[in-house]
Design a protein around this ligand. Structure first.
Ligand SMILES: C[S@@+](CC[C@H](N)C(=O)[O-])C[C@H]1O[C@@H](n2cnc3c(N)ncnc32)[C@H](O)[C@@H]1O
Length: 351
């Protein structure tokens, strides 16, 4: 069968689709977005000027320039040239690079997410995806002999990379959640189960300082959590028991787990809540009526196969079933506008 150049290009782009991620990671590790940003709001620098800020006496300028050229083609840097002289080429930041790849003074930076997803430990499970199909196994466990959450206990660096990454997305997500959901306002105590670094609670308490927040996560996670006024850090496992509070909040936690585990966790929520106690869940929810039609719509779901414990994105109907089986009645399901349009808030009460 004849193959045209475009087809071959498409195939090569798919085969080499790890390249943009890892080249961007190298630019981040070289701190290039921050080097350009610290030169001024709309600064653009030459290869020599960037190289002068690198921690090396003799950086390879050819490699550096090829990395910068490639990332300019990918829309990370803006390349400008005022003459035919190659030393006149300068590199600035696109708006999206300023927003997502500059680290300094930028709580919404996605750099921690990149450093997590492109970390060798987090990439290794992808090499076992086919075994998940053949053996119904956990890819992370296949790669490392234990699941992601247990792995962090013995590997503080990976523990930090994972917790920092989650926290970054939570900064962006909580702004959206608090702008359209006011169900926290009448609570006295709220426990965030799997709350990581306490970022979600910190945002909730900023809006509602009267709440006593309990950030509940595995002991090795809360040990590294910063102390935040109004928030008590409690270490434990949600599979054993959950601290008592007026309401329980979950964000991006139940998506990690299979049905049986979710039922066990939700059963412990039922025990921890008072009569009519509130469960507030923020998760990506798939549409019943439309199948995903772009690869980006399925990426998170596949990350769950590679990194999580049998978890997946669930539909509204699947959520209603899980909650009903655990003794909760759904009061509200509301979508979020803007950036997190796939995420919904589910409010349910204990019956
Ligand atoms: C995907 S992260 C979400 C973190 C946070 N809720 C957020 O949205 O940023 C899942 C969290 O569940 C925590 N976790 C995993 N197993 C747990 C367990 N058995 N008990 C309590 N927390 C657990 C992890 O440590 C991690 O912080």
């Amino acid at each position: 069968m004849a193959m045209d150049a475009v087809e071959l290009d498409d195939a090569l782009e798919t085969i080499l689709s790890f390249v943009p991620t890892l080249v961007l990671k190298s630019a981040i590790l070289l701190n290039i977005p921050d080097i350009i940003a610290s030169a001024g709001a709309n600064a653009s620098l030459s290869v020599d000027e960037i190289a002068a800020k690198l921690p090396s006496e003799s950086p390879n300028l050819h490699y550096l320039s090829r990395i910068l050229t490639y990332l300019s083609m990918k829309g990370i840097f803006v390349q400008t040239q005022t003459s035919n002289n190659p030393s006149d080429i300068r590199y600035g930041l696109t708006d999206s690079a300023k927003r997502f790849y500059v680290r300094k003074n930028n709580p919404g930076s996605l750099v921690p997410l990149l450093l997590m997803q492109a970390h060798p430990v987090l990439m290794a499970p992808w090499h076992h995806l086919h075994e998940c199909v053949l053996q119904d196994c956990n890819a992370f466990e296949k790669a490392h002999g234990k699941d992601l959450w247990t792995y962090g206990k013995d590997e503080p660096l990976v523990n930090n990379v994972v917790n920092d990454s989650m926290s970054t997305l939570t900064v962006l997500g909580m702004e959206q959640i608090l702008s359209c959901y006011d169900g926290f306002k009448d609570l006295k105590t709220l426990v965030d189960v799997g709350g990581g670094k306490g970022t979600a609670l910190a945002h909730i308490l900023k809006a509602y300082p009267h709440i006593h927040g309990i950030n509940f996560d595995l002991p090795h996670v809360v040990q590294t959590t910063p102390s935040i006024p109004g928030i008590e850090n409690v270490g434990g496992s949600m599979f054993d028991s959950i601290p008592i509070a007026d309401a329980i909040f979950f964000k991006n936690v139940l998506i990690d787990w299979d049905e049986e585990s979710c039922l066990q966790i939700l059963g412990n929520c039922h025990k921890a809540l008072p009569e009519n106690g509130r469960l507030i869940v923020a998760e990506n929810i798939t549409e019943e009526s439309s199948r995903p039609n772009k690869p980006t719509e399925m990426v998170v779901d596949l990350v769950m196969i590679a990194l999580a414990n049998g978890g997946k994105e669930r539909s509204e109907q699947e959520w209603r079933r899980l909650l009903q089986m655990s003794g909760f009645s759904v009061v509200k399901m509301m979508g979020l506008p803007g950036l997190f349009s796939k995420m919904k808030i589910i409010e349910a009460i204990k019956v």
